[in-house]
Write a protein that binds this ligand. Structure first.
Ligand code: 5CA
Ligand code: ZN
Length: 412
C-alpha cells in the first residue's frame, strides 16, 4: 500500500543520551541499542472505523521513538501493517451492508490523512494483509512443514493452528498466568474452546474457506490467515529475524504479540524476536476504554473538521505518559491550545534566553521512557522565561522551534 506523506525533520545540534524504553517482557525500562538501522514494527489499524484518539495516542508514542532514534543518527526502518481482512471488518461491513474492501479502503485513506495531519512520520513499508497474502500463507506452510503447526482433526474445516509449546518460551513476552492468557485469548479474537487443539491457547494460522467469507487460494488450500501470523510474516520479510522494537497498545500484549513473537521464533530459531516489546496505555472516555466495539469514540477527523489544530491534539495526548491509561477530556484540548498560543508567542520573539539547556532537557526527559509530561513542563518553563524576561540570544527562538518540531513533532 502507499504510505502517507513525510515531513521534513530539522537537524538539531549536539546529541542526546540513548533512548531507554519500557519492555513488557522483562518488566523494566532498559536502554535501546539499535545498530545503524533501527528496526521497528508497530501494529497498524483494523480499518473498520475512523482513527480515534486512542489510536492516535499509540501512533504518536511510537512517532516519538522514531524521532528520538533519528535524532541519535539512526536510520529508522519502520514497518506498519493494516489488518484489512479480519472478522471485525467483515462483521461491520455486513452490519452496514457495505463492501468490506471498500470499507477498508475508505478507513485506511482517512487514517493516512489523520496521520499526515498529526505530522506522524510515515513507515517505510505500510503493508495490508491482503497484499501480503502470498507471504503469509507461505510462512504458515513452512511452520506446518517444520512441525510447529498442525491441522485440527475436523473433516469439514481442517484449520491450521500453531503449537504454542514448540518454542519453549511461550508466555515470556506477556508474563501472564494461564488463567489470564485464557481470558484474553477468548476476549481478543482467540478460540480457546475450539475442539481438537493441542492447547486451548494455540492460535489460528489458517482458516479454511467458509461459505460466504472471502478466501484466497494457496498451497494450504483456500482460506484466510489468522491475525498474529499476518504481523509475523510482514515483519520477518522486511525487518529480518530480530528487531529492535515491537510496539502497540497494551491490549496487544496478549495474545497478539506473544503469538506473533512465537511464530517468528519458531520459524527463525532466534529468541527473542524483539529486543523491546513496548506497549502504550489505553485512552478512555467516560470511564471506559475508547473502542470501536463500545462506540465511545472521539475521532481525529471529527476534531479536524471542527478546525482543531492537530498540534493541539498532539500536545493534549503527549501531556500524559504513554504507558498510563488515561481519559480524554475536552479540558485537555483547552490546556493544549493555551500551551500552543504561549509557545508560539515565545517562538515569535526576535530574541530570547538561550535554548540549549532546554534542548538538553527535552532530550533527557524523552530518552527516559518518553517522559513527555516533564518535557512539556520544561517547554512551558522556557516559554514563560522568554516571555517574561525576553533575552538577547537571536538564535534561541529558531532553536526552540526546531527542537519542538524535531523531537515532539509540534510545529509552531
Ligand atoms: N490491526 C490490529 C493490530 S495488528 C489492531 O489492533 N488494530 S486496532 O485498530 O484495533 O488498533 C490499532 C492500534 O491502536 C493498536 O496498537 C491498539 O492497541 C491501539 N488502540 C486501540 N484502542 C486504543 C485506545 N483506546 N487507547 C490507546 N491505544 C488504542
Ligand atoms: Zn499486529
Amino acid at each position: 500500500m502507499h504510505t502517507w506523506a513525510s515531513v521534513d525533520v530539522p537537524r538539531l545540534p549536539g546529541e542526546g543520551p540513548p533512548l531507554r524504553l519500557h519492555d513488557t517482557s522483562t518488566g523494566r525500562v532498559r536502554p535501546t541499542a539499535p545498530g545503524r538501522e533501527a528496526l521497528m514494527y508497530v501494529c497498524g489499524i483494523t480499518p473498520y472505523d475512523a482513527t480515534h484518539l486512542g489510536h492516535a495516542a499509540t501512533y504518536l508514542a511510537f512517532d516519538l521513538v522514531n524521532r528520538l532514534w533519528r535524532d541519535l543518527g539512526h536510520d529508522v526502518h519502520y514497518v506498519q501493517n493494516v489488518t484489512d481482512i479480519d472478522d471485525p471488518l467483515l462483521e461491520r461491513a455486513a452490519r452496514d451492508q457495505d463492501d468490506w474492501v471498500v470499507l477498508g479502503m475508505r478507513e485506511t485513506a482517512l487514517f493516512r490523512e489523520d496521520m499526515e495531519a498529526l505530522r506522524v512520520l510515515p513507515p517505510r513499508h505500510f503493508i495490508g494483509a491482503v497484499e501480503a497474502m502470498g507471504e503469509i500463507s507461505e510462512l504458515v506452510g513452512k511452520l506446518l512443514a517444520s512441525g510447529a503447526a498442525y491441522r485440527v482433526d475436523d473433516a469439514e474445516f481442517p484449520d491450521v493452528y500453531f503449537d504454542s509449546a514448540v518454542t519453549g518460551h511461550f508466555g515470556y513476552e506477556s508474563n501472564y498466568d494461564e488463567e489470564t492468557m485464557l481470558r484474553f485469548s477468548a476476549e481478543r479474537g482467540g478460540d480457546p474452546e475450539r475442539p481438537g487443539k493441542r492447547s486451548p491457547l494455540d492460535p489460528l494460522l489458517w482458516r479454511t474457506a467458509r461459505e460466504g467469507e472471502p478466501s484466497w487460494e494457496s498451497d494450504l488450500g483456500a482460506g484466510r490467515p489468522g491475525w498474529h501470523v499476518e504481523c509475523a510474516a510482514i515483519a520477518l520479510n522486511r525487518l529480518g529475524t530480530q528487531i529492535d522494537l515491537n510496539g502497540g497498545g497494551s491490549d496487544l500484549i496478549f495474545p497478539h504479540h506473544e503469538c506473533g513473537a512465537a511464530h517468528a521464533e519458531a520459524f527463525t530459531g532466534v529468541h527473542p524476536f524483539a529486543r523491546h516489546y513496548t506497549h502504550t496505555g489505553m485512552i478512555g472516555l467516560d470511564g471506559e476504554k475508547m473502542s470501536k466495539s463500545r462506540g465511545n469514540l472521539v475521532f481525529v477527523s471529527k476534531l479536524r473538521a471542527e478546525n482543531v489544530d492537530p498540534n493541539a491534539i498532539r500536545i493534549a495526548l503527549l501531556a500524559g505518559h504513554y504507558r498510563s491509561d488515561r481519559a480524554w477530556t475536552s479540558g485537555l484540548l483547552d490546556e493544549a491550545n493555551a500551551r500552543l498560543v504561549r509557545w508560539r508567542e515565545a517562538a515569535a520573539l526576535p530574541a530570547a534566553p538561550p535554548a540549549d539547556e532546554l534542548l538538553t532537557r527535552l532530550r533527557t526527559h524523552l530518552a527516559d521512557d518518553l517522559d513527555t509530561p516533564r518535557a512539556l513542563v520544561a517547554v512551558d518553563a522556557w516559554a514563560d522565561r522568554a516571555l517574561e524576561r525576553r533575552g538577547t540570544d537571536g538564535d534561541a527562538p529558531a532553536l526552540f522551534r526546531d527542537a519542538l518540531d524535531a523531537l515532539l513533532g509540534v510545529r509552531l
